[in-house]
Design a protein around this ligand. Structure first.
Ligand SMILES: O=P(O)(O)OC[C@H]1O[C@H](O)[C@H](O)[C@@H](O)[C@@H]1O
Length: 432
């Protein structure tokens, strides 16, 4: 098997190797602190060896549950927000056919917003369908998924009766605590556990990510294998890969490049970037520090955000997720009249056009003052997504260490919740 690669040659006109070396030394220390369990937030390092510890029994149980739901239902609603949905959404979007939604998809998402219209339309869509619910919440108390679950559970009971509803609900939550755990135990739902020492944004390789991906019919074993291989690689010289990415982005940060834009040239990676944004945003954005993680889909956004990136404030850098090989092959046809003047492309693969757009964009943006990193992914498969997740997770742990923050907490997320609870009159929040 091949491996994910990193190319940072296009940052070297913005930061010198010596500046990167300074950050590399910090990265080495941060990596050691992670491996030794001496970093800040060390209670949440379960993700480090998580892929290696996933047993065959666990994967079998996940597959069995997924198969049961696939047999019993036409559609399964994955209810969750943040780390309790983005990893699964990223894999499912990356692996699904672009038009699967129009031919009847097995998996839809809810509980990642509190839009009344969204929930109404979802309920209308599910009316008279055989559906199941996979409800995911580590804390078991998050408002968005709780509201969606309450509505969907009632609908399922109304459509199928209590006994069938019980069979079609699966919960993924804490082993012992939280409202979802209490409810699941009382109702007798099948449950899977999110380990205590794995934070939500690091949970894609737990049942949180694996069960929805299996329900959607994708290869969770290959996903795990990719992460296992990346973990093994990172035990030796391979840690360089994550450490280098962490060092380079921190060298850029020190020079005022405070925004990192993750770029794709394949819309299937849109949610990989969303997953990455939560991972890095919640991990590093604290104590008035941290790189702001943003993302764009190219070439689409070259026709909107491209102008800013080329000529706006020079405080941003790009990390391009570059996929080496396409899944399918399609050539630009020749046209007898050539009115659109495209015959110069006739016979070329569409991906060749895309790759030249990628290279042309990179050169233009570097010329325009935007440092450019490339993460090269051999192919868009579950296996390489597993590698990519682990690569990014480890790099995030290292990068947070370089920055000096606690990478694994997210105290700032509570502020909006407290206000919302107070405004809604939740008991106990009146005085706030
Ligand atoms: O899984 P849950 O406990 O429902 O949490 C879901 C998400 O919401 C929280 O507010 C946190 O900011 C996220 O880190 C978390 O992934």
């Amino acid at each position: 098997m091949d491996r994910i690669k990193l190319d940072y040659s296009k940052v070297l006109s913005f930061v010198g190797e010596e500046e990167i070396t300074v950050q590399r030394e910090k990265a080495t220390k941060a990596l050691k602190d992670l491996e030794d369990g001496t970093c800040k937030g060390s209670d949440f390092l379960g993700w480090l060896d998580l892929p290696v510890h996933i047993t065959d029994d666990e994967l079998n149980r996940i597959s069995a549950c997924a198969n049961k739901l696939r047999e019993q239902t036409d559609v399964v609603v994955i209810v969750g927000i943040g780390g309790s949905y983005l990893g699964a959404k990223a894999v499912i979007e990356a692996m699904s056919g672009s038009f699967d939604a129009y031919s009847g998809t097995k998996v839809v998402f809810a509980g990642n917003n509190v839009s009344e219209d969204y929930l109404y339309e979802l309920q209308a869509f599910l009316k008279d369908k055989k559906f199941g619910i996979c409800v995911i919440s580590k804390s078991g108390t998050t408002t968005e998924p709780a509201v969606a679950f309450r509505l969907l559970k009632d609908q399922l009971i109304e459509q199928e009766g209590v006994a069938v509803a019980r069979e079609r609900i699966v919960a993924i939550t804490d082993e012992k605590k939280g409202a979802l755990r209490t409810m699941s135990d009382r109702e007798g739902y099948e449950t899977f556990v999110i380990p205590d020492n794995v934070g939500g944004r690091y949970s894609v390789l737990t049942p949180v990510g694996l069960l929805p991906v299996a329900i959607a019919g994708f290869d969770v074993r290959a996903l795990v294998k990719g992460a296992v291989d990346m973990r093994a690689y990172s035990k030796g010289n391979g840690a360089e890969l994550s450490a280098t990415y962490a060092a380079v982005r921190n060298a850029l940060y020190e020079k005022g490049y405070v925004i990192e834009i993750t770029v794709n040239f394949n819309p299937k990676l849109h949610y990989v970037a969303e997953w990455w944004k939560q991972l890095y945003g919640e991990s590093e954005g604290k104590e008035n520090k941290g790189i702001f993680p943003a993302s764009v889909d190219f070439t689409t956004d070259l026709h909107s955000m491209g102008q800013y990136i080329q000529e706006g404030r020079r405080n941003l850098f790009e990390t391009v997720l570059s996929i080496d090989k396409t899944k399918y092959s399609l050539q630009v046809p020749c046209d007898a009249h050539d009115l659109d003047k495209l015959n110069y492309l006739a016979g070329k693969c569409v991906d060749e056009v895309n790759k030249m757009a990628e290279l042309g964009t990179q050169l233009a943006h570097v010329d325009g003052g935007v440092p450019n990193i490339r993460v090269i992914i051999p192919e868009l498969t579950e296996y390489y997504l597993g590698q990519l997740f682990y690569f990014y997770e480890l790099a995030c742990g290292i990068s947070g260490g370089i920055l000096g923050v606690n990478t694994f907490d997210q105290p700032g997320v509570e502020a909006y919740k407290n206000n919302m609870f107070m405004l809604l009159g939740k008991p106990g929040y009146e005085k706030k």
